[in-house]
Design a protein. Structure first.
Ligand code: NAD
Length: 476
């Protein structure tokens, strides 16, 4: 907490007072569920309508990602989140169990402190904003210092929507000159933290003393077995890996490929504009990208960069024109060697470098997934391309991830898709495995408090013989 200055404290106290007043007024006067949904629809619409301006600004400010991907992301996420809010009940009584005499009522949590990642500065404010407003919360967004302009632009659009409905504009506020200290102070003063970012941020969120949903680093590791449709795999991995220059926490970081289909899949990935690195090229990437611990070096400027920029940073002078991603190969003697400066590529890389492992038997593939995650991104996501449902279930049972994506491009599937059942989000809980309190996609549901109304009901107290069963006869 040493980064916090008096100026940060004053700034945040001022924003909190405005947000608090706006939230109380909104809670008292906006109680119609249909109207709240309509406000959310307008927020989704302005995000959709201004997707191009926002994407352009986000790429220029963050110096990460791709304009076309960010436009597509804005449009998909706006459609998806508002779809998910269609029947959301966020006011008053939402559930009743007459036989138990129970009623569940929901209420706002108050003022949310939202920490916005540099890798995703365009769509995150809208999703968090939409979810907060439909739950009648106020929200203060703290962006990464580099993307302050994008964040302000997004917040101003949402404020315009609120004004149109006669709602207090201060329900959505932004920190326009963000600092680490201001972000920490916001987390200390608000009622609930929604922190999206890497492990440093998540630790800071949980240390703030405020209830928090921190969602941590990703490192999607995906098995490809010998039954998979390899053309389909190559296409999906290509789409997902190159989307937004792999800034997503859900981007495929490593494939774990069965040895009988390994060469064929590599050939198909090369045909999808992947450069299969030779030893010298791979070594140059390794030396440039990683710290002695094996973790990626965030200061080198390759996160979310174009392939040309990555080649320049690594000193690779023979990258063929048209290359869209790099393919590296790691073959440690045992999975335990994964996650060191010698074998660093199994961790999160936040860039268009795809690592490929080879395996013989399925248990080894699972061991590799677990070894990668022990090193980086535990609890976030893994995937499998297979025709064997038994392997889907075996992988799901034996790994420590909150999401297992089956025959899908991970980054276009695990945070919501129109062709699977995952709820839309940009904040993916990683469970206790990843140091998080939630192991699900964070949605509007986390922006509400419950009030449980309990009346006396018919007694429900089974006999002890039923409750304790054979345990009552034991000699313990
Ligand atoms: P980052 O953690 O560096 O920063 C995220 C935000 O937190 C920024 O606004 C930053 O200013 C702030 N911040 C960072 N450290 C802080 C601290 N100690 N105290 C207060 N504020 C702090 O992340 P990034 O580079 O923007 O994003 C990349 C990382 O985030 C990757 O590891 C990625 O996997 C992860 N991520 C995860 C999810 C998810 O849903 N699980 C989503 C996006 C990004």
């Amino acid at each position: 907490m040493s980064d916090v200055t008096e100026k940060d404290k004053e700034l945040v106290a001022g924003l909190m007072a405005r947000a608090r007043a706006a939230q109380k007024e909104f809670e008292a006067n906006f109680t119609d569920q249909d109207q709240l949904y309509e406000i959310a629809q307008h927020i989704a619409w302005v995000g959709f309508k201004y997707a191009e301006e926002i994407a352009d600004m986000a790429v220029r400010e963050s110096r990460m990602g791709k304009y076309e991907s960010k436009v597509a992301k804005m449009q998909t996420k706006m459609r998806g989140n508002i779809r998910d809010l269609k029947n959301a009940k966020t006011v008053g009584v939402v559930e009743e169990w007459p036989e138990k005499g129970l009623t569940r009522m929901v209420k706002p949590v108050g003022v949310i402190g939202a920490i916005i990642p540099c890798t995703n500065p365009e769509a995150t404010p809208f999703l968090k904003g939409m979810n907060a407003i439909i739950c009648r919360d106020a929200i203060i967004m703290s962006p990464h210092p580099r993307t302050a302009g994008t964040n302000k632009f997004c917040c101003d659009l949402m404020r315009k929507v609120l004004k149109k409905f006669g709602a207090p504009e201060d329900l959505v506020l932004s920190i326009d000159e963000p600092t680490l200290g201001a972000s920490q102070e916001l987390m200390a003063q608000c009622d609930l933290v929604l922190a999206t970012g890497g492990s440093g941020l998540v630790k800071a969120a949980y240390s703030s003393g405020t209830p928090a949903y921190g969602v941590g680093a990703g490192n999607a590791v995906v098995i490809v077995d010998e039954t998979a449709d390899l053309d389909d795999v190559a296409n999906k991995v290509y789409m997902s890996k190159t989307f937004d220059n792999a800034t997503s926490c859900s981007s495929e970081n490593s494939l774990v490929v069965q040895e009988d289909v390994y060469d064929e899949l590599l050939a198909k990935l090369q045909a999808k504009h992947g450069l299969l690195c030779n030893e010298e090229q791979q070594e140059k990437l390794r030396q440039m990208m990683f710290l002695p611990t094996g973790h990626y070096n965030g200061k080198k400027g390759f996160a979310g960069a174009t392939p040309e920029k990555i080649a320049e940073l690594a000193g690779i002078t023979d990258m063929p024109e048209g290359t869209e991603f790099f393919i590296v190969r790691e073959n440690p003697k045992t999975p335990d060697e994964i996650g060191s400066f010698e074998y660093p590529f199994g961790g999160e890389k936040l860039c268009v470098v795809l690592n490929v492992f080879k395996y013989k038997d399925f248990q080894t593939a699972i061991d590799i997934v677990n070894a990668c995650h022990r090193f980086s991104g535990l609890g976030h996501s893994c995937g499998i391309h297979t025709k064997r449902e038994d392997r889907v279930m075996e992988l799901s049972a034996k790994t420590y991830t909150s999401r297992v994506m089956v025959n899908q491009p991970v980054c276009l599937a695990n945070s919501g898709s129109f062709t699977n059942g995952m709820p839309f989000t940009l904040s993916l809980g990683c469970g206790t495995w990843g140091g998080n309190s939630a192991s699900e996609n964070i949605t509007y549901k986390q922006c509400l408090n419950n009030t449980w109304v309990a009346r006396p009901c018919k007694e429900d107290k089974p006999a002890d013989e039923v409750l304790f069963g054979k345990a009552m006869e034991s000699d313990l």
